[in-house]
Write a protein that binds this ligand. Sequence first.
Ligand SMILES: [Zn+2]
Ligand SMILES: [Zn+2]
Length: 289
Amino acid sequence: MIIGAHLSISKGYPAAVREAAKLGLNGFQYFTRNPRGGAIRRLAVEEIAAFRNERGAAGLKAVIAHLPYTVNLGSSERRLQEFATMVVREDVERARLLGVELVVAHPGHYGEEGREPGLARVAEVLKSGLSGQEEGPVFCLETMAGQGHEIGGRLEELAALIKTLEAEVRIGLCLDSAHLFAAGWDLRTWAGIDKLITRVDELVGWDKVRALHLNDSKAPLGSRRDRHELIGRGELGPEGIRAIVTHPELKKLPFFLETPVKEYREYASEAKLVRSLAGLTEEAEDDRV
Ligand SMILES: [Zn+2]
Ligand SMILES: [Zn+2]
């Protein structure tokens, strides 16, 4: 099982590798830049080399990047569109230099003119931000709860974007268990999960799915509200989380916790709980690094 968590890179990429290893994780996710202001850390060649070395030594199996929430790929303001395009290009290039596998992003929000023009702008921003990228990370759009003007609460919207872009750019999907549940997908049973898989497969092909944000949900099924909860403490509950992490298809994906922990050491117990729900004892998990 690959299980990581969302960690800060404020002390540098190599420090985040050490933090993940210390927490008993074999992967992690980080924000590419300050989640509020959009400022970016300097990245020297020495740090890239140190990150790659330490990652190898720690045996981390999956490291993925996440764009900050403040970047709106669907913005109707010219200046914000240009900023989003620049962020996509720059952050994907950094991810390539670091050798991380995926760059995940929220599809964004549509404005006053409605959903369709919003979707068209997301496609436009991604097309210019990702054009010419022949190797490196896959850019993954995340499944959202669909609150307010959020794009991506319906699989059909994500499918439309992927269909428009897949011939030209490297694009995939990142699932989020809390968002999907709030969007109306009952993932508490294998039957419910199978429905999701069938639908994704019809729309874009299941092989487009590259990762899963593993979060419990404080918000009820179909509520369209994005409220993460600690593993087993929310509406999915221990049995729902068990169904997800033991499902034959889902368990092949790398999992990343974005649960509302107060301090990072709680991620260690969150991951331990996930492993026990998956039926993996600590001993059987000796090969996890
Ligand atoms: Zn996300
Ligand atoms: Zn969320």
